[in-house]
Design a protein around this ligand. Structure first.
Ligand SMILES: Cc1cc2nc3c(=O)[nH]c(=O)nc-3n(C[C@H](O)[C@H](O)[C@H](O)COP(=O)(O)OP(=O)(O)OC[C@H]3O[C@@H](n4cnc5c(N)ncnc54)[C@H](O)[C@@H]3O)c2cc1C
Length: 497
């Protein structure tokens, strides 16, 4: 085996699917006896749908298309459950909306895709030990040891892989206990409703035709010691307690009944000190945990997998430059700052959501007003939450597009998102005479494309050639191909310096 993935949650399944699509031999070990039935991360943001367009589902449709067909589209997103919302409609994306879809559906679609491609996903296989040497990693499942060249720990917040690899997980202790439930409502709501007052906050969000996600926090459940939080979290959350909380905060309980999921949550915020130790890498909740605010955890995790998979595939296949394995273009260097920002923005939301006082109310009103103005605050927050504004570092003086994510540009044949694959770069030839059509370079595929124009495409005005990474970020963009061969070599030659 080239790669073992520990954890068959959404992040592990996504990483395995991308590695397989890049021609890497990969298998997944998952301790549960089958795909999860929990709806946990049920908010999917535009960038996640974009990267899921790279992968084919079991029936040959792109995974994003399958998800969109099964989910519920909402044109805006909330920040800190404020009444004024972030408008996604103007985003330059093939998916300018939030998709509500229960996490178990996402996992099932990914698991079906892996089955269709004969990628082994071993259910009921708990990894009990992990070791690594200079040449390989080994995992123990029951009495049997399995080895591979690399290992991805996608085994969630309490990651055994993280501990075995000796990776610290520093952060802040929890000081509050919230609640969440998926229920049926005798009095259903059409659109998401958010309640905030001095008694607490509650959000009521329709998930499917029949199921509604209800989450919130009572004002008395903040400012607790971490010991008290753990004690409370260990107690089962019950329907009567949910109904009482709803009545106390909203003045009614919506006739909630038939819960399919009841849970308590906290606001612990932790971030792995490194995403890579030798041959072991972490992704998703194994690398970062935070207050579930804005439905970001699942999305950032799936994009961790997207950033990691093509680089690891290149390393396995022997064409990864050192810069891409350990350097500034490496997985750790690019993704850790994204999760730093994620943990920070959930802390800011924590303050806006959970300061139950007149001062907290005034702060919410003021911040919501900034969002309502629809200007820079709205644009920036929508960029962060949607994932579209995430960009990776680029050299000083580089073209401003380098490091940013490429939109779904039309090509002579197809569109960018539908020709991206995790095993090759795309060279976009915008020259009118198609002068790059005959170029051949390993791991690069040339596509002629019309000049990008229209709203949001101003930054492309002088670009005649662009090199797009396998994960859809721009590696090179310039008015002429003068520096192109250096750029290709820098990204695809192992001993490049
Ligand atoms: C209660 C709760 C509510 C949430 N609500 C939201 C939300 O509303 N919106 C949102 O975006 N996110 C939410 N999240 C977060 C979201 O669900 C996670 O970010 C997402 O599941 C991360 O995926 P993952 O694959 O990294 O980890 P997980 O989904 O945790 O998957 C890890 C997998 O590893 C397996 N595993 C663990 N240890 C081992 C082992 N030793 N051997 C083999 N397998 C192992 C586990 O069984 C599990 O299947 C919520 C999380 C929780 C816990």
């Amino acid at each position: 085996m080239d790669v073992i993935v520990v954890g068959g949650g959404p992040v592990g399944l996504m990483a395995a699917a991308l590695l397989d699509a890049a021609g890497v031999r990969v298998e997944v070990y998952e301790r549960n006896s089958g795909p999860s039935r929990q709806s946990r991360g049920s908010t999917m943001h535009p960038r996640t749908l974009e990267v899921l367009t790279m992968l084919e589902g079991a029936d040959g449709r792109r995974i994003s298309d399958v998800l969109v067909a099964e989910g519920r589209q909402v044109p805006d997103a909330h920040f800190a459950t404020l009444p004024d919302r972030l408008d996604y409609r103007g985003l330059d994306s093939a998916f300018p909306f939030v998709l509500h879809i229960p996490q178990w559906r996402t996992e099932r679609i990914l698991a079906d895709a892996l089955r269709a491609r004969s990628v082994p996903v071993h259910y009921g296989a708990e990894v009990a030990e992990v070791t690594q040497s200079a040449d390989e990693v080994r995992v123990r499942v029951g009495e049997a040891w399995h080895s591979a060249r690399f290992l991805i720990g996608a085994d969630g917040a309490h990651s055994l892989v993280r501990r075995a690899a000796g990776i610290d997980f520093p952060g802040t202790e929890p000081d509050q206990v919230g609640f969440g439930a998926d229920v049926r409502l005798a009095e259903p709501v059409e659109r998401a409703q958010y309640y905030w007052n001095l008694a607490g906050h509650v959000s009521v969000v329709p998930l499917t035709e029949t199921t509604t996600r209800v989450f919130g926090l009572k004002a008395g459940d903040v400012g607790l010691s971490s010991v008290e939080v753990r004690r409370r979290q260990a107690e089962p959350f019950t329907l009567p307690e949910l109904l009482d909380s709803l009545t106390a905060i909203c003045g009614r309980d919506f006739g909630a009944h038939s819960p399919s999921w009841l849970s308590r949550s906290s606001n612990a915020g932790r971030h792995a000190a490194t995403y890579r130790a030798g041959r072991v890498m972490l992704a998703g909740d194994a690398a970062h945990v935070h207050l579930p605010a804005g439905g970001q955890g699942l999305n950032v995790g799936l994009q961790d997998a997207t950033n990691l998979a093509w680089k690891l595939a290149a390393e396995v296949r022997g064409w990864a430059p050192k810069e891409m394995t350990d350097g500034e273009a490496g997985y750790d260097a690019e993704r850790r700052p994204v999760a730093e920002q994620l943990v920070a923005n959930t802390r800011a939301q924590d303050a806006l959501m959970h300061t139950f006082s007149p001062a907290g109310g005034a702060l919410r009103e003021m911040f919501s007003g900034f969002i309502a103005q629809g200007g820079e605050v709205n644009r920036r927050l929508a960029g962060v939450l949607s994932g579209l504004a995430v960009a990776y570092p680029s050299p000083d003086g580089a073209h401003p597009l380098i490091g940013t994510r490429a939109p779904d540009l039309p090509l002579a044949h197809g569109t960018l998102l539908r020709v991206l694959r995790p095993d090759r770069f795309l060279l976009l030839d915008f020259t009118t005479d198609g002068s790059l059509a005959g170029l051949t370079a390993a791991h690069v595929e040339v596509h002629a494309a019309p000049l990008p124009d229209g709203p949001g495409r101003e930054a492309w005005h002088d670009v005649r050639v662009a090199l797009i990474r396998p994960d859809g970020y721009i590696a090179y963009a310039a008015p002429s191909p003068a520096g192109l061969f250096d750029a290709i070599a820098a990204w695809t030659t192992p001993d490049h310096s």
